[in-house]
Design a protein around this ligand. Sequence first.
Ligand code: FA5
Ligand code: MG
Length: 451
Amino acid sequence: QRRHQSTNAPRTPSLEIDGKCYVTDDWTNVPSSILSYLPHKLQLQPSHPVSITRQVIESNFPSPTYTHYNDLHPIVTVAENFDSLGFPRDHPGRSRTDTYYINKDTVLRTHTSAHEAEIFRRNKSEGFTISADVYRRDAIDRSHYPVFHQMEGARMWDRRKVPGGDVAKAVRTDFERLPKHSLSIEDPNPTTHAERNPRQAEHHSPKEVEAIAAHLKRSLEGVVVELFSRARKAAIAAGHVDANALEPLRARWTEAYFPFTSPSWELEVFWQGDWLEVLGCGVTKQDVLINAGVPDQIGWAFGVGLERVAMLLFSIPDIRLFWSKDPRFLNQFSSKENVNTFVPFSKYPECYKDVSFWLRSSSSSTGGGMRSNAQDFHENDVMEVVREVGSDLVEDVRLVDNFQHPVSGRKSLCYRINYRSLERTLRNEEVNQLHDSVRKQLVEKLGAELR
Ligand code: FA5
Ligand code: MG
């Protein structure tokens, strides 16, 4: 990946990625540090925990009913990532503070749903999964990383092919064939709710929605049950828990919103004292299928965070570990037949450093480039500065103070950065140097005025 000038006049700035040239423009905001993640494809590394998790989940969605796609290219069009899924024009996900843009029409995919329309159009099998790396400008902490992996899943029924055109009946028949489980999952809400979680009334009958929702939920509950039984066996084998002292698995369905499904839900799992969101799903919007040229298909879709699931499956405590090249990490995983509990190596000391700064007041703003004033300031820009300087030596970044001057109206922020390596003890001078660079970059890139 290198920036270069095209030889054709007029000279257009461009970016070469994977041997392909992309024109850059005012929207370009993807740093080369992020582009360096593209070749990794952890979902394909045979004994990497992201790949093992993918394989465990895929085994619940067997071929030939489901086709598995695991090597789709991460650079997609804005049309694929947002428009094809019915994202409103003003959806915050489209903004440059949340999404990595190559140029105004091209992004690093922010979710695997970016490929739904394309795979619907291919119409190769009744179902599919897509596992892939996805990219988001986001906060820094132990469960968020700017590059992570998702698995998309979808299942369709063709109105023209089901006996008597009775989709609801066909779906219920398939539902009865799914493995049953004895787990009780909290599901307090009705399948649809007129305001909060509506049925697509022009397209789907109440019976169809009930049948599709039941098939979707049981399919995903099957995944959770399998993952937890594996995680539990591994924990017992590692002597981490006494089989008699085990708490039962707790999971719950909540109502959700996505522009491309309705009704929609999220599945949360109780883990280490808190509810953790593992996936989003719902009944696919008929407009997505109509626009993909398959108006007679009807069905469901889900998107699950593979790192989140892997953290539960293997007891991995920090999302940065997935990128570790340390053999003490990598050598602990072998195959999906052999899930084991991760044994953390010793925790190295943390080092907290604060940085306080004034935001530029709007009057002194030039309005251009990356420079922010109080109005267009976004925390993700601070996160990116810290990430660019500290990369994986930063464990988390937290806003600890937020102050507005009563007279001038200027805003001051204080962030606390925790410097900690997963692999070694950091030296004092090293942390001081990193922190000095963060301070300098906040001034240079964001126009911050240090206090
Ligand atoms: C989506 O991305 C939707 N495309 C999911 C979907 C697909 C819904 C199909 C309906 C139909 P969301 O932004 O909530 O939704 O992300 C899905 C999952 O990805 C989350 O539940 C979580 O497990 C994981 N996830 C989200 N952000 C991060 C992050 N920064 N780091 C790690 N995992 C993340
Ligand atoms: Mg979500």
